[in-house]
Design a protein around this ligand. Structure first.
Ligand code: PLP
Length: 393
């Protein structure tokens, strides 16, 4: 007998669960790309994408995954040899820094480890030491999907301003947009990038670069700009073709339209509040399990935890056994440990996008069953603690 039959829950931090409504919107014959409905639909995406990031400035759409817009965002503002300060708090920030170095930028990495966020005082001191203003851009993640940490982007902007430094602030929001609060204009962000398959609940294949008026100005002297990744013709271009540099991602556009409709119907503040409550339920459960075993939350300070993904540490081998049990016996797919020396001791839970209370309680109940079946020591009361968080909300 297997208890895994039924609808599985892909609880990895991206790609996330795709709503039936999104899938149904994509299930259609090929549309005409030259005229008609698809053009109206594409134009309608720009204001909603901007509202989602609380931006009134610029947005470019690409047929790409996140790695593609890592490259696009850098090539639109840099020339070879330009200095980049990369703030690293896990695997994804490090990956973006690596792309910058391979493009020919002069990259300096400030690494803050795998257990906390960027230290903005250290950032400010580094910028104050750069009296000649050599550093052109600062790259950072909003949320690092390997550790579950969220950076305080408003405080980062304040540190840059306090140092009186003109560098552009570039933020990776692939894991966080539509999950954790993000305010492009209010937080003084210059470039933000994201992709379709996480909080945006759409299959992988589309990605987005948001940029400020200042970044648009920097693009004019950037030596790395290439034809396909150039953001200028994609920024609400009159000509539909220019938005994609070729054939539009037709079915993704229908899916994305529906995903944005769903976010608008729920309301962005309510979407953020739902993610926060469900994340707190997960944390309450992990804390209870940790009272009687090895389980622990990677990010100790709750204020520094993302509402989209939680990274959990266990004893060596335990996380691998637990993940295998949940998937094979119960249809719950948990994320692997990323960027760890011993990945068998880590797992990640994605609670991003199309996720509700019964899915989270189901996932937590499944983990509890797995811990019991595998005789992994754990504290009592985890499900009650999670239920209490949900009940209070
Ligand atoms: C998922 C993710 C990426 C990579 O996106 P791909 O679409 O897999 O290229 C980059 N940064 C962060 C923060 C992510 O969560």
């Amino acid at each position: 007998m297997s208890l895994a039959h039924g609808r599985s829950y892909l609880a990895i931090p991206g790609p996330s669960v795709m709503p039936d409504r999104v899938l149904q919107a994509m299930h259609r014959a090929a549309p005409n790309i030259y005229t008609g409905e698809l053009h109206v639909l594409t134009d309608s995406l720009f204001p909603d994408l901007k509202a989602l990031a609380r931006s009134t400035q610029h947005c470019a759409m690409y047929i790409s995954n996140g790695h593609g817009v890592w490259e696009a965002s850098l090539t639109n503002v840099l020339s070879r040899g330009d200095a980049v300060l990369s703030l690293v708090v896990g695997r994804f920030g490090a990956g973006w820094a690596d792309v910058a170095a391979r493009l020919g930028a002069d990259v300096e990495v400030m690494d803050f480890g795998m257990e906390t966020d960027v230290d903005n005082a250290r950032l400010q001191a580094r910028l104050e030491a750069d009296t000649e203003h050599r550093i052109k851009v600062i790259t950072t993640v909003h949320v690092d999907t390997s550790t579950g940490v969220v950076n305080d982007i408003a405080a980062m902007r304040a540190a840059i301003d306090a140092a009186g430094h003109p560098a552009l602030l570039m933020v990776d929001c692939i894991a966080s947009l539509g999950c954790d609060r993000f305010e492009f204009d209010a937080w003084g962000v210059d470039v933000m990038l994201t992709a379709s398959q996480k909080g945006l609940m759409t299959p992988p294949g589309m990605a987005f670069v948001y940029f400020s008026d200042r970044a648009a100005e920097a693009r004019k002297s950037a030596g790395m700009v290439t034809p396909y990744w150039d953001w200028a013709p994609r920024d609400e271009a009159e000509q539909f073709y220019m938005n994609f540099g070729g054939t539009a991602p037709t079915h993704h556009l229908y899916g994305l339209r529906t995903a944005l409709d769903m976010i608008n119907e729920e309301g962005l503040e309510a979407v953020w509040a739902r993610h926060e409550t469900l994340a707190r339920a997960v944390w309450a459960a992990v804390e209870a399990w940790g009272q009687g075993g090895s389980m622990r939350l990677n990010i100790r300070d709750a204020a520094k935890r993302s509402c989209a993904i939680t990274s959990v540490g266990m004893a060596s081998g335990e996380a691998d056994r637990l993940r295998a049990w949940c998937e094979e016996k119960a249809g719950l797919i948990l994320g692997i440990g990323l960027g760890r020396d011993d990945s068998s001791a880590w797992f990640r839970i994605g609670h991003m996008g199309h996720v509700n209370a019964n899915m989270i309680m189901g996932a937590l109940g499944t983990i509890e069953a797995g811990l019991t079946a595998l005789q992994i020591p754990h504290g009592e009361g985890a499900l009650g603690a999670a239920a209490a968080v949900i009940a209070e909300a």
